[in-house]
Design a protein. Structure first.
Length: 977
RNA sequence: GCCCGAGUGGUGGAAUUGGUAGACACGCAAGACUUAAAAUCUUGUGACCAUCUGGUCGUGCGGGUUCAAGUCCCGCCUCGGGUACCA
């Protein structure tokens, strides 16, 4: 018999698909389209582990399934190839990041001589149906010229709040020329007013300065997250818990002139349009919280000094305006200097310095400690004209709202604590609310002590307060967002250069046709004066003539290239446009997008933002990039540990290892006398050290060993292969082991999968052993796609066995044996049940359950000894998205000439599933007692009659009369006694 | 703190709209084939009680709605994720 040999079949069909371009996709208006996309990977030197393909396998199954349903499927793959690791590696080794990147994708050898298999080869082995002719790399100039082009487009537009969309900057210029900026309602921080003649009198440089304030991408002196270790600024989503997401380095706040993208202009649309997306609530909520819309009012407080300054505060609770007893400014607030009185100057300076020294992390960890300082100045309450003290405190953030709050200690816990700390007034504006233990932060209260707001509910009071504030000109109703404009420049080399040059301080965009390629530089480090690496480039190495003093030295952030790559996949080789509009019109947005949830506030938000801009500018006909999103769970590693004796304990030369049970199972070890412990050491040189040391080890072994990761490939089951361990590295060569019952066991612990933890399971090894189909089915069989789960190959043999069994259906007595006979009723029922369930499950994106369905069907058909061509054909078809190699092979054995990809998914026929009878579970008071088989055509009454007269029923009734009999035809019978 | 999500056998998990809890696998046990191993096949496998027929309990905990609850409602507990002086 021809054995099932996955290795052979895998290669054969992967080659066939590549040569025949089986999965190439073209615009075809006669066919409905379907766009399936994975979040493209960053090609790191570590290569793929089994967690990476999880999402790719699911999306590939869906793509193949949709193809069988007759859809024209777009299923591309590429690389997000700009990024930090390649640059760090370049700094260390001098290797150009482009070279590292290429090796990581295509395979080769790295600088230390390690073999790199390459992402592409690893992916190919799993048998994905990608259309590789569409491959893109964000670091390829042919790609990033269009990233630069999009930047130019964003630079050349502004956001019109009246029309709620981005518009060309030329239109704004025309308005300025005609009537100045008085009638313009734009998303901008620019607050000066000018007339048309003012505009005309502006010098060119001034005009550019003004326009820069209106553009959707602009240069601005803002507070940024500066990471000294990485030598660059970071966006908010790249900072987690006060440290950089990559590398975990401290991050501090710094005011720098940086490029910013005006994502705040789109805040409202980014929230509203979530409603139309098929995403989980979890990820929608994450984005909503990140954008952080809050409604309230901004209110002006005048100071009472000689110079009357105005402090603008933002509050969501204008109803508590009469509860204000002080004002707190952020320590960095620009008014602090101006209003601080002479006698308070020292205190304020000191406080400002101390808060400047705190890193973001310290600020967060010291949340509980209330600190602040009094400026000596007072503000005047707009409604009561009372004097209220002005303080500074670092619980007020400089970069949220206006950097100033009106403190209402009765209604805000932090204000309450601040008031307690510094013995400030706590006036109560809530009826019958106790403030002795904390502020009253709920909203179910009646307002008192508040003049015109007295007696109102919070909700009513908010409305009326805003009305009055606006009427008297003390402020206005306002919507505030937590999200800040996204910092768009990075002080790095390995990113997209800006198509920008400077004349003096004014930035200008290069002409349309110019692409700025990354120039060669001597070192990938910042210059001596702290300029980014690109400042090292010689003027002529930029390869273009620019009419200014210098080029922009910053590069774009990692999210630039990934914000629009799904568009380029539609039309990857277009040399004239970033994407042809007709083509974009055919493919539309991504129907199914699969990737990790960690991109919720980064990539996913930025892509939506750019898509909306390009939509506003009429380049694409849709305003959301990803219609349906699935976040696959993380596959965690199963780390193994051994315990190394610290060398300072004895002066032994060989490394000595203990297993977990000896070290950590203290009670068990102590149950044995010390002689027994010494016995265990017999095989090692430790046996010969002095008794005192052995006593020490016996008493407190734990403090003399260090727990180290051991490569999971050296462990089978729980047992460490000590011989292989010795051979695995030079320094392990002379290892000695303290055995426990002849074995060295290392039980696992669940951790993130990573190279440094030696717990990485590569797909390559598994494909080699079991074949791609087994790996594909098994990764799906592991559990729901969205769920996090530890990697464990225990169950893989079950899936392997299923595929072998499938293969055997085609053989009898060592020969291929397929019959053309009519299938039996039972056979038809089995396959049609499977067709129906598979389709239903895939339609609801349940990727794990179809594997069970296949197993059941194959088991049933095996029992029936079914070898009918009609049945086996349908079986191959439904399994083929999961196990394409074996199904192509068997499909061919069934006599088909074309790839199974071009076949049609079978339609289940309900007539084969019709049952004549139904097995009714009969329950008494909800407890199932026995099963009664009755005709499906039986009426309710008939069923009841049959059940009642059944002798088993009589038994369970124990002579009582049933109170009620519930019959659900086709389902159950329940008798209430 | 706030916002999401999840808790089911020894293990991974199934149960789509309330209707036979534990599908399908792994593991384990017994058996067949084999000199042996691998492979394959058969049987059993939630817990407890019972010689069997069978019974009792059982989906994190406590209550409720219902003829019927893993599923719906209320109150908790634990774990995971996001976010965090956001005014």
């Amino acid at each position: 018999m021809e054995e099932y040999s996955p290795q052979k079949i895998d290669k054969k069909w992967q080659k066939y698909w590549e040569e025949n371009k089986t999965f190439s996709s073209r615009v075809n208006t006669n066919k409905p389209k379907f766009y399936v996309l994975d979040m493209f990977p960053y090609p790191s030197g570590a290569g793929l582990h089994v967690g990476h393909p999880l999402g790719y396998i699911a999306s590939d199954i869906y793509a193949r399934y949709k193809r069988l349903l007759g859809f024209n499927v777009l299923h591309p793959m590429g690389y997000d190839s700009f990024g930090l690791p390649a640059e760090q590696y370049a700094i260390q080794t001098g290797q150009h990041p482009a070279v590292t990147t290429k090796t990581n994708i295509e395979g080769g050898v790295d600088n230390e001589g390690n073999k790199i298999i390459g992402y592409r080869k690893q992916l190919d082995k799993i048998g994905f149906s990608f259309d590789w002719d569409r491959e893109i790399r964000t670091s390829d100039p042919n790609y990033y010229q269009w990233t630069q082009w999009i930047f130019k487009e964003i630079f050349n537009c502004w956001y019109n709040n009246k029309t709620q969309r981005a518009e060309k900057i030329e239109k704004l210029v025309k308005c300025f020329e005609k009537e100045g900026n008085t009638n313009i309602n734009a998303a901008t921080n620019y607050d000066k007013v000018f007339s048309s003649s003012d505009w005309k009198d502006f010098k060119e440089e001034e005009k550019q300065e003004v326009l820069l304030e209106y553009r959707l991408v602009y240069l601005s002196n803002t507070w940024v997250n500066w990471c000294p270790e990485l030598g660059t600024v970071l966006a908010n989503d790249e900072v987690k818990n006060g440290v950089s997401e990559r590398g975990g380095h401290p991050v501090e706040q710094k005011k720098m002139r940086q490029w910013c993208m005006r994502i705040t202009a789109y805040a409202d649309r980014l929230i509203k349009d979530l409603d139309n997306l098929d995403w989980t609530d979890a990820i929608k909520d994450t984005q909503k919280n990140w954008i952080g819309k809050s409604q309230g009012a901004s209110i002006f407080f005048k100071t009472n000094g000689e110079k009357r300054h105005t402090i603008e505060v933002f509050t969501t609770r204008p109803d508590t305006i009469f509860g204000v007893s002080f004002i707190v400014l952020a320590p960095e607030h620009e008014l602090v200097k101006k209003i601080t009185t002479k006698d308070q100057e020292k205190v304020i300076k000191k406080y400002q310095n101390s808060s400047k020294l705190k890193t973001e992390r310290e600020r967060i960890s010291n949340v509980k400690i209330t600190t602040g300082a009094f400026t000596g100045a007072y503000a005047i309450h707009p409604f009561t004209n009372k004097k209220i003290p002005i303080w500074i405190g670092d619980y007020v953030l400089a970069n949220y709202g206006t950097g100033a709050v009106m403190s209402v200690p009765c209604g805000d816990q932090r204000d309450w604590e601040f008031a307690k700390q510094f013995s400030l007034d706590i006036p109560n504006v809530f009826k019958d609310k106790d403030l002795s233990k904390g502020a009253f932060t709920e909203k179910d209260a009646t307002i008192i002590n508040s003049k015109f707001l007295d007696g109102l509910s919070v909700k009513e009071a908010i409305k009326l307060a805003i009305l009055n504030i606006e009427k008297k000109g003390y402020g206005k109703g306002k919507t505030q967002y937590k999200i800040r404009d996204a910092v768009f420049s990075r002080q790095r080399y390995w990113g997209e250069p800006f198509p920008v040059y400077y004349k003096g301080k004014t930035p200008y965009i290069l002409k349309e046709e110019n692409t700025v390629k990354l120039p060669e530089i001597d070192k990938y480090l910042p210059t001596a004066d702290g300029s980014p690496p690109l400042a090292r480039a010689q003027k002529d190495s930029w390869g273009i003539d620019y009419p200014g003093d210098r080029m922009e030295y910053n590069t774009m952030p990692g999210w630039a290239g990934s914000s629009w790559y799904f568009l380029r996949f539609m039309d990857p080789n277009n040399e004239k446009e970033f994407v042809n509009k007709e083509i974009a019109n055919y493919w539309q947005n991504v129907d199914l997008y699969i990737g990790g949830a960690e991109h919720a506030t980064g990539h996913l938000l930025y892509s939506r933002f750019w898509t909306k801009i390009l939509y506003d500018l009429n380049y694409i006909p849709f305003n959301e990039p990803f219609q349906k999103l699935i976040n696959q769970g993380m596959i965690q590693g199963n780390s193994r540990f051994i315990y190394k004796l610290k060398s300072e304990v004895t002066n032994h030369t060989n490394p000595i290892y203990f297993s977990k049970s000896i070290v950590e199972d203290l009670e068990k070890r102590k149950a044995d006398p010390i002689e027994k412990f010494k016995e265990k050491l017999k095989k090692t040189s430790l046996y010969y050290v002095n008794q005192k040391t052995i006593n020490l080890l016996y008493e407190s072994l734990q403090s003399y060993v260090s727990k180290i990761h051991v490569d999971i490939n050296l462990v089978s089951g729980y047992e460490l292969d000590t011989q292989a361990f010795k051979k695995s590295r030079k320094e392990f060569n002379k290892s000695e082991f303290v055995f426990e019952d002849e074995k060295f066991l290392c039980p696992g612990e669940i951790e993130k999968m990573s190279k440094s933890k030696y717990n990485v399971q590569t797909p390559d090894a598994l494909v080699e052993k079991f074949g791609a189909d087994t790996l594909r089915c098994y990764e799906m069989f592991l559990g729901p796609l969205e769920q996090h789960k530890p990697w464990d190959i225990q169950g893989i043999t079950g899936v392997e066995g299923f595929l072998k069994k499938l293969w055997r259906l085609f053989y009898k007595d060592n020969k291929l044996n397929i019959s053309n006979d009519e299938p039996t009723k039972q056979e038809l029922k089995s396959i049609h049940k499977a067709i129906k369930k598979t389709q239903e499950d895939l339609e609801r994106y349940s990727f794990n359950t179809p594997v069970s369905i296949f197993m059941i069907c194959v088991n049933e058909l095996s029992t029936l000894k079914c070898n009918k061509k009609a049945i086996l054909s349908d079986l191959c078809l439904i399994i083929s998205p999961y196990a394409p190699h074996i199904c192509e092979e068997l499909w061919q054995k069934l006599g088909n000439k074309e790839s199974i990809s071009f076949a049609k998914f079978p339609k289940h026929n309900p007539k084969y599933l019709v049952e004549n009878s139904h097995k009714y579970p009969v329950s008494f008071n909800g407890k199932m007692r026995f099963i009664l088989e009755l005709s499906v055509n039986s009426s309710k009454e008939e069923i009841e009659k049959q059940v009642i007269k059944n002798e088993k029923t009589l038994k369970y009734l124990e002579g009582k009369t049933p109170k009620k009999v519930i019959v659900v035809p086709g389902k159950i019978v329940n008798i209430v006694v």
